[in-house]
Design a protein around this ligand. Structure first.
Ligand SMILES: Cc1cc2nc3c(=O)[nH]c(=O)nc-3n(C[C@H](O)[C@H](O)[C@H](O)COP(=O)(O)OP(=O)(O)OC[C@H]3O[C@@H](n4cnc5c(N)ncnc54)[C@H](O)[C@@H]3O)c2cc1C
Length: 479
């Protein structure tokens, strides 16, 4: 057997089944592809490229030290694989499963066809809790648990390289904004620091943009690029909970542990229904906003100049840093969807480029959830003024990001909140009351709703009338 390990969003040495399997081969190499389809895709930003390459560089060194060459190639998957196959005659292609955007789904189908035609055996391993293929959600949580508790895959002592590793220069990719430390060692240090103490204030810190940047784990880019496996994060968290005598730390860690499940729970939705990247979960919502897209409003929102200080502060923080906490992400989307009545797709693409941690399964599910198009969750309209009162009571955060507030340079509100929300509620509640929408909601819940959440079974009523922003911890109950 000659093996090629295709590294995708799994840029690590540890807990890596494809790399471990390749250690059994008589000859092996690894490949990381800089794909034009990725660079062209509307979700991709230079920060993603720069971060990925900063993860690839130390990984290539670590693999080379154990005899495995990591080739970095620019090009589409099939022609690159074809050329490498012609040169090295690999018999097996090893990779992790990917739950990605449409372009990666199409590319995987093309690669599968090429493998079949060429006689190369392509083996893919799961690396999260996402189950492929999945008939329904029964037993999903138990499977997630079993996967996360399975022993981590050991790092092989070495590989028999198809050729000696060479340190050719990596492509240059200037970042569009400052990046956090990249690579497996940085990811591990961040995880260790969090579970050893920083998680103590997690539950208190996560909602306010003043405290969340330090109080949250900040592991999301590492999970998105795979410098850590979900299993590593889960096991480190559970080990810390078991061993710490500090009850406050254990409490914080338990809150964090729950969110790790959400990661995979949301990704599973895209795996099960890839089209939700492009269209509404609830088809009853088709046509609701599509024909009302106001580009000027959209651009004002993107620029952080809506005249709603909390919204603008969050947008400006996000644009400057590539990260924002969950509650404020939700508020930005709710504002775009309800106050500005914008369909979620374009705002979602814009945000995908801003989020260093862009993870399609979470992202598109959340975009739709916060826009009220999933058909099953409570409509959640965030009041920017209330979020400011609750999470930035003395205005420190807003002043930091909107220094011109209170001067003529700051714009007037782009919409009248009361009128905009009244219109939004009327349209959405009117729609939800229809028999078709209710029937469809039952089907969506059967397919995508969490069985552990206590959601009503099909046929039993969902409420769907609340307009308050509740606690983040109730989020899973909603979708
Ligand atoms: C509109 C919108 C879009 C989002 N897009 C993304 C995205 O592209 N990528 C992404 O990783 N997260 C996304 N999230 C979820 C969440 O905001 C981020 O995971 C979190 O802010 C990342 O910071 P952290 O790692 O410090 O999180 P922590 O609070 O420390 O949580 C740890 C991990 O748990 C998972 N997690 C936490 N909250 C959620 C959640 N609500 N849903 C699913 N998983 C969660 C993430 O993997 C996260 O890294 C989105 C949320 C919203 C409202």
């Amino acid at each position: 057997m000659k093996a090629l390990v295709w590294l995708k969003r799994d840029l690590r040495l540890h807990d890596h089944a494809p790399l471990a399997e390749a250690a059994l081969a008589e000859g092996a190499a690894a490949l990381w592809l800089l794909e034009p389809a990725w660079r062209r895709s509307p979700e991709c930003d230079p920060q993603h490229l720069a971060f990925a390459l900063a993860c690839v560089a130390p990984l290539r060194d670590a693999l080379a030290a154990r005899g495995l060459p990591l080739w970095v190639e620019e090009g589409d998957a099939v022609p690159v694989l074809q050329a490498l196959h012609a040169r090295h005659g690999f018999t097996h292609l090893f990779s992790h499963e990917e739950t990605g955007p449409g372009w990666s789904y199409d590319r995987d189908r093309a690669v599968a066809a090429w493998c079949r035609a060429t006689g190369v055996a392509w083996h893919q391993w799961p690396q999260t809790g996402v189950v492929r293929p999945l008939k329904n959600r029964r037993g999903w949580a138990g499977r997630w648990q079993a996967r996360m508790e399975a022993p981590q895959v050991a790092v092989p002592a070495g590989w028999r390289g198809l050729e000696p590793p060479r340190a050719t220069p990596l492509p240059l990719a200037p970042a569009s904004r400052p990046l956090p430390a990249a690579g497996e060692a940085a990811a591990r240090a961040l995880l260790d620091d969090f579970v050893a103490g920083r998680a103590r204030g997690y539950r208190r810190a996560l909602s306010s943009p003043l405290t969340a940047a330090d109080g949250c784990s900040r592991l999301s880019p590492h999970l998105a690029f795979g410098t850590l496996s979900m299993r590593q994060v889960h096991q480190a968290t559970e080990a810390a909970i078991r061993s710490t005598p500090d009850r406050a730390l254990a409490h914080g860690l338990r809150g964090f542990a729950g969110r790790l499940r959400w990661h995979c729970h949301f990704m599973q939705k895209l795996e099960d229904e890839p089209a939700v990247e492009f269209r509404n979960f609830a088809r009853a919502c088709d046509g609701l906003r599509e024909d009302h897209f106001d580009r000027e409003r959209f651009e004002t929102w993107c620029e952080g100049r809506t005249g709603f200080p909390m919204v603008d502060a969050c947008m400006r923080q996000l644009r400057a840093t590539g990260w924002l906490n969950f509650r404020m992400r939700a508020m930005l989307v709710s504002f775009a969807a309800y106050h500005l009545w914008l369909h979620w797709r374009e705002p979602g693409l814009f945000l995908a480029r801003q989020f260093l941690d862009f993870e399609p399964g979470i992202h598109w599910s959340q975009m739709q959830m916060q826009s009220g198009t999933t058909g099953i969750n409570t409509l959640r309209i965030y009041s920017p003024a209330k979020q400011a009162r609750d999470h930035d009571p003395d205005g420190t955060y807003v002043r930091r990001w909107v220094p011109e507030l209170g001067t003529p340079a700051y714009p007037k509100p782009i919409v009248d909140e009361r009128t905009a929300l009244a219109a939004a509620r009327e349209r959405l509640y009117g729609l939800r009351r229809t028999a078709e929408a209710r029937q469809e909601a039952d089907a969506i819940q059967q397919r995508h709703g969490s069985r552990k959440s206590g959601l009503p079974r099909a046929g039993l009523q969902r409420r769907g009338t609340s307009v308050k922003a509740g606690k983040d911890t109730r989020q899973q109950e909603l979708f």
